[in-house]
Design a protein around this ligand. Structure first.
Ligand code: HEC
Ligand SMILES: [Cu+2]
Length: 376
């Protein structure tokens, strides 16, 4: 009875695991589906090392099976001991030299890539005025300062797809680690005068997920950001839009106007800049209406903005906004949300993006739903 179940147990286990693993790897968050120059280099390294492992495994298995078959005890030869070979110089030399060669094959590209990935000195010739962005990590969000362009954003990093973009990484509090698995490797952001540098290069348009990869406090796992990779033309348009923002522009609707006043009355502006500003206590909200998420983690819609404003602690424990501003009623939070959603300097979308575009389209769906509700 035990028979066939027992015999196939390994097979069941294996197919179960395969099924489980096939669920891994979202295209916007997987180092195994590279969409950038850096992540492609790292992926090739993975393939190389797995290839070497499989090669070693196969060779060892073939020799093992051969030896087991050839030297097994045969009938009538119970006392026979085959020729012993310990201390063979030839064999020992061979199995010392082969691993050394394998390690060299692995080490040479690894060391080469490690230096290449953080090489910000040798900017490619056709990229003389490369884009430099100062990235600041802090509990639990990211700030991006395009120094030469005089543009500041938070939570979402816009980059063009045709070039390497150079990053200068720091932290305002503890050590974080900047990681966009689909685009590149990770790099620590250190506090104090200790800047790290790296470059990123996305090949395809899309919205990619970035993560903090260094345990930094209770909301570490919620310290997400998005990379919006757009075509060079769209990027230019985005830069122009962002540079022409007028932060003092009055919102159109009455509700949004009231929201703006509430924003100013409730000390929001003490921590949040609208318009160009140096890195502040809270995210820069100049382009908040263009975000794909609220606080880096929630779907972008009015309900979630209100939820966040009423109780940020619930969504990101230990964040620096909680309890540091006067409590808001739901009505007030709704008005402020209306105002914040009008902060949309740029129309740059990702219509022609493929894999990564899901968030933007989700956002549009949300907005459409709301619009239809408004009309009803
Ligand atoms: C003491 C400083 C501080 C004050 C005051 C403050 N905030 Fe914040 N706010 C933050 C910080 C810090 C974050 C980022 C939290 C995180 O993600 O860890 C944040 C996040 C946000 C976000 C999400 C931003 C994004 O890019 O997704 C919104 C919206 C927001 N705050 C609105 C407000 C409003 C409206 C007020 C006033 C009622 C306000 N904040 C008052 C510090 C503050
Ligand atoms: Cu972190």
């Amino acid at each position: 009875m035990k028979g066939w179940m027992g015999r196939f147990r390994a097979l069941f286990l294996l197919s179960g695991l395969t099924l489980l693993l096939s669920g891994c790897g979202k295209p916007y968050l997987s180092a195994l589906q590279p969409k950038g120059e850096g992540s492609e280099m790292l992926f090739n390294l993975m393939l190389l090392s797995i290839g070497i492992m499989i090669f070693v495994f196969l060779v060892v298995m073939v020799i093992y099976i051969y030896v087991v078959l050839k030297f097994r005890q045969k009938k009538g030869q119970e006392d026979h001991i085959p020729k012993q070979t310990e201390g063979s110089h030839v064999l020992e030399t061979i199995w010392t030299v082969i691993p050394i060669i394998l390690l060299l094959i692995l080490a040479v590209p690894t060391v080469q890539y490690t230096f290449a990935l953080s090489d910000t000195k040798n900017v490619p010739e056709d990229q003389e005025d490369a884009i430099w962005i100062e990235v600041t990590g802090q509990q639990y969000w990211w700030h991006f300062d395009y120094k030469d362009l005089n543009i500041q954003t938070s939570q979402e990093l816009y980059i063009p797809t045709d070039q390497r973009v150079y990053l200068e990484l720091t932290s305002k509090d503890v050590i974080h680690s900047f990681w966009i698995p689909t685009i590149s490797g990770k790099m620590d952001t250190n506090p104090i005068e200790n800047k790290n540098e790296m470059w990123i290069h996305a090949y395809e348009e899309g919205v990619y997920w970035g993560k903090c990869a260094e345990l930094c406090g209770p909301s570490h796992s919620l310290m997400d950001f998005k990379v919006v990779a757009v075509s060079p033309g769209e990027f230019e348009q985005w830069v122009e839009d962002m540079q022409n923002v007028n932060p003092d522009e009055e919102p159109e609707t009455v509700v949004a106007k009231e929201g703006k006043e509430l924003f100013q009355q409730n000390s929001c502006a003490a921590c949040h800049a609208v318009g160009s500003s140096p890195v502040a206590v809270g995210p820069n909200l100049t382009s908040f209406g263009d975000r794909t998420t609220v606080a880096g983690i929630m779907d972008y819609n009015k309900e979630n903005i209100v939820n966040w404003l009423m109780d940020p602690e619930k969504y990101k424990p230990g964040n620096k906004m909680s309890n540091n501003y006067p409590a808001l009623s739901e009505e007030e939070a709704g008005k402020i949300a209306e105002y914040l959603m009008t902060l949309k300097p740029s129309e740059i979308g990702l219509d022609d993006a493929e894999d990564g575009d899901y968030i933007k389209s989700q956002k549009d769906e949300n907005n459409n739903e709301e619009n239809t509700q408004d009309q009803e």
